[in-house]
Design a protein around this ligand. Structure first.
Ligand code: ADP
Length: 716
């Protein structure tokens, strides 16, 4: 610093001390040479410069410190670097913003001061930050800025660095928060999804429950989740919360069936629920409700849902169908059990009765045969014993026939035949077969019938039904009583309805007995009690036969007064085809009897000869065939053929005869006489070419009738 420089400083200090009075102060008058001022300005450490506010913003003055700032040694180097303009001095990237900012500050600032920060480039190309404090001054030659600049590189870069750190930290925090929010959102979405799924599962599982309630027993409240029409009136506000005890009280009073109220109250008491669900998760019970006068079955399931207990879900559903079904199944089972037991009891009783019933006639047969042997010479004793043997044999046969009939019907093999059936003739036949029995017993048999005409029907089955009813009527009516047998034919069209009644004044049948009388093996009293032989199968068979033919059999009876059995059958009317009456005369005719059993052969021969026939016999089918082949044409009126025989059975023999080259032989009438009496046996006989099938023991009257029928048929 020069002396003049020192002078300047002293003058400035003096000026400062004088203040406003400077105008009058001696120092104010001090003047400085430009070089003194330049030296002074060059000597201050801060950079200072003036530049024009207009045009190229030429720098009018710059002190050394400014050159130093740009690492320039002299004004020339500075000029070369900046063009000696403000524009050249500011870093091009900052220029626009800086000028705009300065302009705005000057306009808005009364003192016309500005502050700016910008970058500069030193001579070496180093980037530095500067602070610029400017002041705008109006002069005669236009606006001028005078400016103090100082290097603020460290300060600003630090600030920038701090800001950047702050920004990155902020960004990181923001990113972190965003991540957290996203994770939270994701989790919330999952929870919501799971929640919805759970609700769907609950909905799905609880579909059967008409009402679902949530109860907190600690808090003593209940709130509905789903409500049936029974539950809804219990809640004043839809889906509101109400007191648990009051709810149960009201529900039980208004919904539950009176008999079940105590039970339901007990099973829904807090104590009961809590003690019951302390170990178990759930329990249920059924009860009844009364709705519009009808009883409904309901089920409540209570589930423990809280961890600590006290919170429960109540589900209520109708189990009406299930319970009713259960009751029905139980009834069916009970009924089946009862029926099975009854059948079992009846079967056992039957077996023991049967064994007794069979032994009785057998004993009689053996006993009287023995007596017969001893008293062979005594004619009256012989007759008596033979009568007794005959009676016992009849009983025996009756028993066997019934059991066989029944088992045949049971086997399902039985079929109904449809043949010409003269109902008047049939009824006469029945009448004449019952009459001797009734007369013997001293019973009045009243027989009344319309003209019954001819129909298509199963003659043997109809006969069996009626005979078994008449047989019972006579059997269970005491001497002096009456048995009616009436028959009516109704209808004039294709079908005729036959209404038949068998009525007696016998012992009658009680209501309870009447219910089971058509069941197999049922007898009101066994043989020992009633003194009558029986199987308990007659009525069962009769009813089944009637039903097989599309008819019915029913009973009306009063114990002690008598019984009425009604048989109804609907048969197709028989079309008469102008058949010439041809009564076949059988007297003196010769017949061939094929029978392997010697006793039977003898017995049958005797009976046939008694009836006026001449009899040739054959021991088997083969011999019968040979005899038939050898006979003169029409020598035999017919052949009576046993079925089961050694060498050649009856059916094979019949087939061989039918195949004979001799037409007279092939046409001989053949009637099967067999111990096998099932319909399938009859069918087999007919199929083998025989004309009829009769069952043993031989009934001469039936045989004659059959022979006549066969011959008439053959002749027509
Ligand atoms: P049974 O072979 O024992 O006669 P049924 O089936 O014909 O078998 O009859 C069964 C039972 O029904 C008989 O044992 C008898 O107790 C009773 N019953 C049948 N018909 C009559 C009737 N007309 N009057 C009284 N009881 C009868």
């Amino acid at each position: 610093m020069t002396t003049r420089g020192n002078n300047l400083i002293e003058s400035l200090i003096a000026l400062a001390n004088d203040g406003d009075k400077s105008a009058t102060s001696p120092a104010a008058t001090a003047t400085f040479t430009p070089s003194e001022l330049k030296d002074f300005l060059d000597a201050i450490p801060g950079a200072f410069f003036l530049y024009r506010a207009t045009g190229d913003e030429e720098i009018l003055y710059a002190n050394r410190a400014l050159y130093r700032l740009f690492h320039c040694a002299n004004p020339e180097e500075f000029r070369a670097l900046t063009g000696n303009t403000f524009r050249g001095l500011v870093h091009p990237d900052d220029l626009e913003a800086v000028e705009e900012s300065i302009h705005e500050q000057i306009l808005s600032n009364q003192d016309e001061l500005d502050y700016a920060e910008y970058r500069i480039l030193t001579r070496e190309g180093e980037l530095r930050w500067v602070e610029d404090y400017g002041h705008f001054v109006h002069t005669d030659s236009g606006g001028i800025f005078y400016v103090f600049v100082s290097d603020a590189t460290e300060k600003i870069t630090r600030r920038i660095l701090e800001r950047e750190t702050l920004i990155t930290e902020g960004e990181a925090r923001e990113a972190h928060l965003k991540g957290l929010i996203e994770a939270y959102d994701e989790e919330r979405k999952l929870i919501r999804q799971e929640h919805l799924q759970r609700l769907e599962v609950i909905e799905g599982l609880s579909i059967n429950y008409e009402s679902i309630l949530y109860a907190d027993l600690h808090a003593g409240i209940v709130l509905p989740y789903r409500m049936s029409s029974r539950i809804e009136p219990q809640f004043k506000k839809k889906y509101g919360v109400i007191d648990f005890d009051r709810f149960i009280e009201h529900y039980v009073e208004t919904v539950v069936y009176p008999d079940d109220r105590v039970f339901v109250k007990e099973h829904t008491s807090k104590e009961y629920i809590q003690s019951h669900l302390s170990n178990e998760r759930t329990y249920y019970f059924n009860y009844r409700s009364l709705e519009n006068g009808t009883v409904k079955y309901l089920q409540v399931r209570i589930v423990n849902v809280g961890d600590k207990g006290g919170k429960f879900v109540f589900g209520c559903r109708s189990v009406d169908d299930e319970i009713l079904q259960e009751i029905k199944s139980k009834q069916i089972l009970e009924e089946a059990l009862r029926a099975a037991k009854a059948a079992d009891v009846a079967k056992n009783a039957f077996l023991s009765n049967m064994s007794h019933d069979m032994r009785t006639p057998l004993n009689a047969i053996f006993g009287f045969t023995e007596l017969l042997r001893k008293h062979a010479g005594n004619a009256s004793a012989t007759k008596e014993y033979l009568d007794k043997i005959e009676l016992a044999s009849e009983h025996m046969l009756h028993l066997i026939e019934k059991v066989l009939d029944f088992s045949y019907l049971e086997s399902g093999e039985a079929t109904v035949s449809c043949e010409r059936c003269d109902m008047d003739e049939l009824f006469e036949e029945i009448h004449s077969s019952v009459l001797p029995l009734a007369t013997r017993k001293g019973i009045d048999l009243i027989f009344e019938k319309d003209s019954l005409r001819i129909a298509y029907g199963d003659r043997e089955k109809i006969k069996q039904i009626l005979l078994s009813l008449l047989d019972n009527a006579v059997t269970y009516t005491k001497a002096g009583g009456t048995v009616w047998f009436t028959a009516k034919a109704e209808g004039s069209g294709e079908f005729v309805t036959y209404r038949m009644l068998v009525k007696d004044t016998g012992i009658g049948i009680s209501k309870a007995q009447a219910e089971s009388i058509f069941m197999p093996f049922e007898r009101v009293n066994n043989t020992t009690q009633s003194g009558e032989y029986g199987t308990g199968l007659g009525l069962t068979i009769a009813k089944r036969l009637a039903e097989m033919m599309g008819g019915s059999l029913s009973l009306e009876s009063e114990e002690g007064k008598g019984s009425s059995f009604f048989v109804t059958l609907c048969l197709r009317r028989y079309e008469e085809k102008g058949r010439e009456q041809n009564t076949v005369d059988l007297t003196g005719k010769k017949i061939l009897l094929a029978e392997d059993n010697e006793i039977n052969r003898e017995l049958q021969t005797a009976l046939l000869e008694d009836a006026g026939f001449t009899v040739d016999t054959a021991e088997n089918g083969q011999i019968a065939l040979e005899l038939a082949e050898r006979a003169e044409p029409h020598e035999y009126a017919f052949i009576l053929m046993d079925i089961q025989m050694p060498v050649m059975d009856g059916q094979t023999a019949a087939r061989a005869i039918r195949r004979s080259k001799n037409p007279a032989v092939a046409a001989i009438p053949i009637i099967a006489l067999s111990a096998n009496a099932f319909e399938s046996d009859v069918r087999a006989s007919i199929e083998s070419g025989m004309d009829a099938h009769l069952s043993k023991p031989m009934d001469i009257a039936l045989l004659l009738r059959t022979v006549r029928e066969v011959l008439e048929r053959k002749n027509s």
